[in-house]
Design a protein around this ligand. Structure first.
Ligand code: HEM
Length: 138
């Protein structure tokens, strides 16, 4: 009997970056670490000064945004129709310094948080760094 049976093609859809990193609990832990670093580290003073005194709203907003952006639940996008990165940030004088601080704090937060898949966390850090640096207007 010849073995002509071909292997069933893998019909499982590839896991989204959201699922691979560990879902909402991990994104919340990452963004909490991000805002803790922004509050505690003098290296991020200019970035901190650009934000509101109370960061609790951002501790809700950013994980919601990142979840939809990473292929997970799109609640933030449904709750904020038409909001885009540029319009959200138009009021803030983002330059190389604050963009670099945002990227550095996010890379550290991803590195210092327990995640389900380190490879996807590093890929996210690379993409978010490019996004942040692309927002500098100086
Ligand atoms: C380039 C560096 C960046 C700076 C300096 C910056 C700064 C800010 C500031 C000052 C706010 C308002 C916060 C407040 O009201 O306290 C904000 C809002 C926000 N930022 Fe950024 N941001 C940067 C990059 C990013 C990136 C790369 C993302 C997402 C990947 C992001 C996602 C958000 C979201 C979701 C909000 C909430 C907007 C809203 O709902 O109105 N930011 N950002």
């Amino acid at each position: 009997m010849t073995e002509t049976a071909t292997a069933e093609p893998d019909t499982q859809p590839a896991a989204s970056p959201f699922e691979r990193i560990g879902g909402m609990a991990v994104l919340r832990a990452v963004t909490d670490r991000f805002y803790d670093l922004m509050e505690q580290e003098p290296a991020y003073a200019e970035l901190r000064a650009m934000h509101a005194a109370d960061l609790s709203a951002m501790r809700e907003q950013l994980p919601g945004f990142l979840a939809g952006w990473a292929g997970g639940p799109r609640d933030w996008f449904q709750a904020n129709p038409g909001k885009c990165m540029m319009s959200m940030h138009a009021p803030f004088p983002i330059g190389q310094v604050t963009a670099g601080q945002w990227a550095d704090a996010m890379r550290r937060a991803l590195a210092e948080t327990e995640v389900a898949d380190r490879e996807i966390a590093e890929a996210m850090a690379d993409v978010l760094t490019r996004m942040a640096k692309g927002m500098a207007r100086d």
